[in-house]
Design a binder for this molecule. Structure first.
Ligand SMILES: Cc1cc2nc3c(=O)[nH]c(=O)nc-3n(C[C@H](O)[C@H](O)[C@H](O)COP(=O)(O)OP(=O)(O)OC[C@H]3O[C@@H](n4cnc5c(N)ncnc54)[C@H](O)[C@@H]3O)c2cc1C
Length: 406
């Protein structure tokens, strides 16, 4: 299948950066388009037509994917502090812990302010920077080259990222011996345009005179009863003001236009609407996600709303690590058919909203974020608020636990 490098169709470039990193002449460079998404741009003067970029393009050569014989686990890490700091139930940290001996390297996405990029650590004490989902496509830098270097020097490498990034790595590595490589992907339904969050930052700068210091897209919060709120998907933005005081803004998902607009599929990367990785066949050894639907089919794993993980081993290698990691988690095996019902990104890619073009025009215009939100994000209905705050998942699990008390 022809990809972006051939026909410049933006729907056919995941932005995985494998082509940029494989180029021996540095003839390809990632550049942002007017929607804020990054694409490889070729400097024809440097190109020697070696064809390597085409060989690693995921559209032209899809890496092997693993379909059958999955092992599925649901649950959460026993260490409550790590669980709180993780997006879901902390399965990623449990897996890293199991993987590490005395000769390892871990790759993941870290962030500062609005920037998100891939880097590596050689001491698992520094794992905190990779925890938490950053809902923006990370820049890969030289991470594939570095992973190859470490594998060739005999280190164990754990590489985490989105399915297209893991596939980009696999395509890049080609004949490199991968016995010491473990790949861990997040189950992903797409990445949003960075323009939105930049506009949001501009409006905060106008109000408070300072830029965003950090964004926690999945802050678990504390309710007035002291429990956490994993499935409220609270976005917590911290702005450091001139007088060194911190301004913290927290918004539950249903009051947050960012979530509303993104999940209406108005601002995802074009390739996310055609993503070939949203199937049960995966490239990574292990797939990680939120255990959505937990309150319905396995309420015993809800664990007071502190976050629950879904971990799927797609290969024997993945299964053996996951089985060991279970030692530091509460949980049990699940049926893949049950899990699949609540995991859209494992069945089908998202559909492009027919109004995406109109929305992107507004986002690219001088319109400020408040006007964009007023125009494009709806307020939650009374029915929705009732379903979430009065008769929500937590209340249902509470009733279930009383009913089943021995
Ligand atoms: C863009 C994106 C979309 C997602 N969509 C879904 C979804 O639709 N359904 C679902 O069930 N789960 C989704 N997830 C996965 C989920 O949010 C958690 O990341 C996952 O469950 C792991 O959580 P954890 O508690 O085990 O560990 P954590 O410690 O929180 O794990 C964080 C992991 O995510 C990686 N990561 C964080 N940000 C990025 C990034 N920008 N790019 C690449 N890797 C990143 C880190 O390297 C690390 O491996 C998505 C994650 C991302 C980053």
């Amino acid at each position: 299948m022809a990809g972006y490098l051939i026909d410049k169709d933006k729907g056919k470039c995941y932005g995985c950066e494998a082509c940029v990193q494989i180029c021996p002449k540095s003839a390809l460079k990632m550049e942002e388009d007017d929607e804020g998404f990054r694409y490889p741009i070729l400097n024809k003067d440097l190109c020697v037509k070696c064809n390597l970029c085409h060989q690693v393009c995921l559209y032209e050569n899809m890496p092997v994917r693993y379909g059958k014989d999955k092992y599925v686990f649901g649950g959460y890490i026993k260490d409550e502090e790590v669980r709180f700091e993780s997006t879901s139930g902390g399965a990623f940290s449990a897996i890293v812990d199991t993987f590490c001996d005395d000769n390892y390297v871990i790759f993941g996405a870290e962030s500062k302010g609005l920037l998100v990029w891939h880097s590596y650590i050689t001491d698992k004490k520094n794992l905190a920077k990779f925890r938490k989902s950053k809902y923006s496509q990370s820049k890969m830098g030289k991470s594939y080259q570095q992973a190859k270097y470490f594998l060739n020097s005999g280190k164990k490498v754990l590489f985490s990222g989105t399915p297209c990034q893991i596939s980009g790595l696999k395509a890049f590595l080609r004949n490199t011996n991968q016995d010491n490589l473990l790949t861990v992907e997040v189950i992903c339904e797409g990445v949003p345009s960075p323009l939105y969050i930049r506009k949001y930052e501009q409006s905060l700068k106008k109000k408070f005179g300072a830029l965003i210091e950090s964004i926690d897209y999945r802050y678990k919060g504390h309710s007035f009863l002291g429990h956490h709120k994993w499935d409220f998907e609270i976005m917590r933005t911290t702005v450091m003001m001139n007088d060194n005081k911190k301004k913290v803004i927290e918004k539950d998902r249903w009051f947050n236009p960012f979530w509303y607009i993104w999940l209406k599929h108005l601002m995802s990367r074009p390739s996310c609407y055609e993503c070939l990785f949203t199937t049960t066949e995966r490239t990574a050894d292990i797939s990680l996600g939120d255990l959505w639907g937990v309150h319905i089919y396995c309420p015993e794993l809800y664990g007071k709303d502190g976050g629950s993980s879904l971990a799927i081993a797609n290969t024997e290698k993945g299964k053996s690590v996951l089985k060991k990691a279970e030692g530091s988690m509460y949980g049990h095996e699940l049926r893949f058919e049950d899990v699949l019902r609540y995991q859209g990104p494992m069945r089908k890619h998202i559909e492009m909203n027919p109004k995406r073009e109109q929305f992107m025009q507004d986002l690219k215009s001088e319109m400020d974020i408040e006007d964009i939100n007023r125009k494009w994000a709806d307020k939650p209905s009374i029915k929705l608020l009732w379903q979430k705050y009065v008769w929500g998942n937590r209340q249902k699990v509470f009733v279930w636990s009383i009913w089943n008390r021995k």
